[in-house]
Design a protein around this ligand. Structure first.
Ligand SMILES: *[C@@H]1O[C@H](CO)[C@@H](O)[C@H](O)[C@H]1NC(C)=O
Ligand SMILES: *[C@@H]1O[C@H](CO)[C@@H](O)[C@H](O)[C@H]1NC(C)=O
Ligand SMILES: *[C@@H]1O[C@H](CO)[C@@H](O)[C@H](O)[C@H]1NC(C)=O
Ligand SMILES: *[C@@H]1O[C@H](CO)[C@@H](O)[C@H](O)[C@H]1NC(C)=O
Ligand SMILES: *[C@@H]1O[C@H](CO)[C@@H](O)[C@H](O)[C@H]1NC(C)=O
Ligand SMILES: *[C@@H]1O[C@H](CO)[C@@H](O)[C@H](O)[C@H]1NC(C)=O
Ligand SMILES: *[C@@H]1O[C@H](CO)[C@@H](O)[C@H](O)[C@H]1NC(C)=O
Length: 329
């Protein structure tokens, strides 16, 4: 009787195996390339790989379409065998401190990839230009790593790429002119490049884009960032703090959609235009440590109670005055 039950349950175990053999062997090769004694313990060949930790299969085709995990334990580099998981659409390797080495070139063979995130790891080397071969990619997040070198100009030209986050790396060089073509498919792309070592000017081509959000804070950028602004654009976040920007703020016009604006720690001069009060959703504001002068607009028409700014948002400028600072003389 016991043997019979055992037989039934083993039979059911195998009957319920949905995972395709090619996917399973690709995942096992992926697992085996780490140097740890037993990496990814739940990846047990006697179980359906669609039930393994971090693995997601399509419910109709049963192909492996997602790989998403975090691990303090895994040691090694990103396995090149990854490319054998042919139907992969979403790859997320997040918070794996001992993941090292470069992004393998085989990753470009994952032609169905829609979302690629390798973040909070110790991978190094360049942001490879072969990523541009991932023609279906919509979301790219390589933040919090040790990547260096400059951004390949081919990257922003990927047809569906909508969100690029390369923040908190050691990237250098200038922001490629080709980011001006980023909005081919998406009307409102997001570009997050903060905490790197980028230098040079913001390309004028970026002015043609309705970014939903742009964050270039904590770099070494210089010149004029006013192209990012403009009444009639749809941008909810502009963060350009801690750079060397130097331009006349009096000439800037603001989008109504703005929720967060941080221009602190630059060399921005001129007055704060009264028209900024059209930004009725503004929640976060910081203009401190610049060279601004004149009366702070007072006729705010905010839709929500502001708690993301106070007098410190205006400190350390040349001669700003009025609420919340001292009255103008
Ligand atoms: C993984 O790497 C860390 C840091 O280099 C090291 O301390 C640890 O011993 C390694 N573990 C294995 C199983 O290789
Ligand atoms: C699963 O595959 C089917 C058939 O190819 C497709 O129509 C469906 O959109 C896929 N589902 C997901 C979540 O990718
Ligand atoms: C990179 O490795 C160092 C040293 O092992 C570690 O302290 C750090 O947390 C790692 N970085 C990330 C983002 O995990
Ligand atoms: C910052 O950029 C300027 C050129 O705009 C360059 O001369 C300087 O060396 C850069 N500083 C750093 C720390 O990269
Ligand atoms: C930005 O979007 C708004 C609203 O959709 C549109 O009117 C405007 O022409 C767009 N501007 C640019 C520069 O694409
Ligand atoms: C504005 O930025 C300055 C400088 O970084 C900081 O000290 C201050 O707390 C910030 N104020 C607000 C309201 O964020
Ligand atoms: C800033 O505002 C705080 C709280 O309202 C107040 O205590 C402080 O004295 C102000 N500082 C200056 C320099 O006006």
């Amino acid at each position: 009787m016991l043997i019979f039950l055992l037989f039934i349950s083993i039979h059911e175990l195998y009957a319920s195996e949905l995972c395709h053999p090619n996917d399973k062997s690709a995942l096992l090769a992926f697992k085996q390339s780490f140097s740890n004694p037993n990496p990814l313990p739940s990846w047990d060949p006697s179980f359906d790989c669609c039930d393994w930790y971090g693995v997601k299969c399509n419910e109709t085709t049963n192909y492996v379409i997602g790989l998403d995990f975090t691990s303090d334990y895994l040691n090694g580099s990103i396995p090149s065998s990854l490319s054998k998981i042919k139907h992969l659409q979403n790859l997320r390797l997040h918070k794996i401190p001992n993941l090292v080495g470069e992004i393998p070139s085989q990753i470009q063979e994952l032609s169905h990839l829609i979302s690629l995130e390798i973040s909070w790891t110790n991978i190094s080397g360049p942001v490879p230009d072969f990523l541009a071969n991932l023609k279906s990619l919509m979301f790219l997040d390589l933040s919090f790593n040790r990547l260096s070198g400059s951004i390949p100009p081919s990257l922003p030209i990927m047809p569906f790429l909508n969100i690029i986050d390369l923040s908190r790396n050691q990237l250098t060089g200038s922001i490629p002119e080709s980011f001006g073509q980023m909005a081919q498919a998406s009307k409102f792309p997001a570009l997050i490049l903060s905490h790197n070592w980028f230098s040079g000017n913001i390309p004028v081509s970026l002015g043609d884009i309705n970014f939903s959000r742009i964050d270039v804070s904590r770099n070494n950028l210089s010149g004029d960032a006013s192209v990012l602004f403009g009444k009639g654009k749809i941008t909810d976040m502009i963060l350009i703090s801690r750079n060397n920007f130097e331009f006349d703020f009096s000439k800037v016009s603001f989008m109504e959609s703005l929720i967060a604006l941080d221009i602190s720690h630059n060399k921005i001069y001129g007055r704060i235009p009264e028209q900024i009060t059209d930004a009725v959703y503004l929640q976060e504001l910081n203009m401190s440590y610049n060279r601004l002068c004149g009366k702070i607009p007072s006729d705010w028409k905010l839709r929500y109670k502001k708690d993301g700014w106070d007098n410190s948002s205006f400190f350390h400028n040349r001669c700003l005055c009025g609420i919340p600072l001292d009255p103008c003389k």
